[in-house]
Design a protein around this ligand. Structure first.
Ligand code: GLC
Length: 615
């Protein structure tokens, strides 16, 4: 509950940025809060949030405050080419949080500086959407750790130069979260934390303009609650109750949860499913302006209390809308936003054997404001949604999306081994680990050496794009050793709700020592070194598409005139002759270490990174 505004204002000195930071925060908060809740309430709400931020700042442990200070002095710190992300489920990776330090060497050796651990807060028993149905923002799920384990894990990672990122699920809570329980017990205050529609007619009206996220496993957007005597808004699974952000008490409660986790050492938050936060019946309830105002408020509160913390928006949305989640320099939102469009384009180009999809998406990617960038990834714990092509290009793109779905999940390819997500619902999406989608599973089963080499070349190509284009690359657990799909996902205690379980396998530590695992690892390691050693791969270094002369080849120039690198990627299974006569002779290929002739053959799925090698 929001406390009335007291006479005591927060002490400027509790904030790293002092009085100027406080004045800026107050101004930004008032603007965003007025747009959300009206000018009359904005002032009091802003002071309530400032008070919460002040309390969090005063309670901030000294090492975190030191981190805040150094990052506030260098707000672009995470744009360095030496930053590398990794994403894992703690139980799949190492069992529990207490075991994490024992695996920190693996991460550090790989060059990882940012570890996103997928949901590990207390989650609903039984089905819980892979932990995205949170029962308590303040406690780790007992299977993964006890009190103090989160802070200890964060500290030990920090000592190795690794920032811990956790999900902050903003759109919903589990139906057994105390807020939902209180609402069910008849508490009017907490009923107001949710959207409750009175009858079928209201539901039908709202459904008219809404899409379905899980059409096969969770059709519809509302769930009848006998206790509430109404239909609760449930965009995802019926047990995930959407929060009512038009109630400012929700905003305050979530801000408190964020600051509390930050003070335990969480250095970054993945803001889950942000586009859905704000609802307005009669719209698609996605990407609404108020959602951005909410993000603006969370960013302002975090900047004030813990300026070293990064926010990362999970906004699976049209390419043209992506940068909105980064805000602007004058009014920032997230520091990072997932580049879902590039991820879809990588796999599209690989299937179509032309550079068209990747070239288009690079050309269409909106500029990222200063001190922000894209989170780049080849695979994650979710599906690959081909529907994005229709979102971006209109209904004419449907056959293309259908062909990709059939290619990766429907058996239309001779190498890809994925499955269709939400099968039978008409959804156009694929699940699978990158190695299985790139042909490694098929190659290992057949024992065909040529197929194996091709699969590894595809894995390298996909990861080269992720590592060398502008952004913070995030590797998905196991991709570094070519981990395959989990064949037993349906019988697992977690992740059996839908096909995404296929791409949530246990880490197979023994695979790193196999010839295949070792080859993939060596391949990815060399790409990581290439990235780390060259400032042209900073997230904010230039990125210009240069005509390659062949539709199968993407050519991109990274860096500035002085430190530029020309990258060429062959997206096809055929050797392509390329001309680089526009570059000074000789050119050194940083990938192979060879000198490139002005006219040379780019092998299937090959990558070269050319720099001047004149003395
Ligand atoms: C995000 C998560 C996904 C989850 C959904 C609902 O998209 O990545 O796994 O199902 O949000 O929380």
């Amino acid at each position: 509950m929001i406390q009335p505004v007291g006479s005591a204002m927060s002490d400027d000195h509790s904030f790293v940025g002092g009085a100027p930071a406080l004045a800026l925060a107050r101004q930004r908060l008032r603007g965003d809060l007025a747009s959300l809740y009206g000018a009359a309430r904005a002032g009091a709400l802003a002071e309530a949030l400032i008070r919460i931020a002040g309390a969090a700042a005063s309670a901030r442990p000294a090492p975190l405050r030191a981190l805040d200070q150094s990052r506030a002095a260098d707000p672009a710190w995470f744009l360095s080419q030496r930053q590398l992300g990794y994403c894992a489920y703690v139980d799949r990776f190492c069992g529990t949080l207490a075991n994490l330090p024992g695996r920190a060497d693996w991460l550090a050796d790989l060059g990882v500086t940012y570890l996103h651990l997928l949901p590990l807060l207390k989650m609903r028993a039984g089905d819980n959407d892979g932990g995205f149905a949170v029962s308590d923002f303040g406690a780790v799920d007992p299977r993964f750790g006890g009190p103090g384990d989160l802070a200890r894990a964060a500290d030990s990672l920090r000592a190795r130069g690794i920032s811990l990122c956790l999900d902050l699920v903003l759109n919903h809570v589990a139906d057994d979260h105390p807020w939902a329980q209180a609402a069910r017990a008849g508490d009017a205050h907490h009923r107001g934390f949710f959207h409750v529609l009175p009858d079928d007619e209201a539901v039908t009206r709202a459904e008219r303009t809404l899409a379905e996220v899980f059409p096969a496993s969770a059709p519809g957007n509302f769930t009848w609650s006998p206790d509430l005597g109404g239909w609760v808004w449930t965009t995802f699974y019926p047990f995930q109750w959407d929060l009512n952000w038009s109630n400012p008490d929700v905003l305050v409660a979530v801000a408190e949860a964020l600051l509390d986790l930050a003070n335990q050492g969480v250095e970054s938050f993945r803001l889950d499913s942000v586009p859905y936060l704000w609802k307005r019946i009669g719209t698609a309830c996605k990407d609404l302006p108020e959602t951005h105002a909410v993000l603006g408020v969370l960013r302002t509160v975090a900047d004030l209390a813990c300026p070293g913390v990064l926010l990362k928006a999970e906004a699976v949305t049209a390419t043209r809308h992506m940068s909105r989640y980064l805000g602007s320099e004058a009014r920032p939102e997230a520091h990072l936003a997932y580049h879902n469009s590039l991820m879809v384009a990588l796999w599209t180009s690989l299937a179509e054997e032309t550079a068209e999809a990747v070239t288009d998406v690079i050309a269409r990617t909106p500029a990222a404001p200063e001190a922000t960038t894209w989170a780049l990834y080849a695979r994650c714990h979710d599906d690959i949604g081909w529907h994005l092509l229709i979102t971006d290009d209109g209904p004419a793109a449907r056959p293309r999306a259908e062909a990709l779905s059939a290619f990766y999940g429907g058996g239309d390819s001779d190498f890809a081994r994925g499955v269709t997500f939400q099968a039978g619902s008409g959804a156009l999406a694929t699940c699978g680990m990158s190695a299985s989608l790139a042909g490694l599973e098929a190659a290992e089963i057949s024992g065909d050496a040529g197929a194996l080499a091709a699969a590894i070349a595809r894995i390298r190509l996909i990861h080269a794009l992720v590592l060398l284009l502008p952004g913070l690359p995030i590797l998905y657990m196991g991709d570094e050793i070519g981990l395959l799909n989990d064949p037993d996902w349906r019988s697992r205690d977690r992740f059996a709700e839908d096909e995404r379980g296929l791409n949530r396998p246990f880490m197979d530590w023994s695979r790193a020592a196999t010839p295949v695992g070792d080859r993939v690892l060596a391949t990815l390691r060399s790409l990581v070194s290439l990235r780390r050693e060259n400032e042209a791969f900073r997230a904010d270094a230039g990125c210009e598409i240069v005509p390659s002369g062949d539709a199968r080849v993407l050519r991109v120039r990274r860096g500035t005139r002085l430190d530029r690198v020309d990258l060429l990627f062959n997206l096809s299974s055929e050797p392509v002759v390329v001309m680089i006569a526009d570059l000074a002779d000789p050119q050194l290929d940083l990938v192979s270490g060879d000198t490139a002739e002005p006219r040379f053959v780019l092998e299937p799925w090959a990558v070269v990174a050319l720099v001047d090698s004149r003395p």
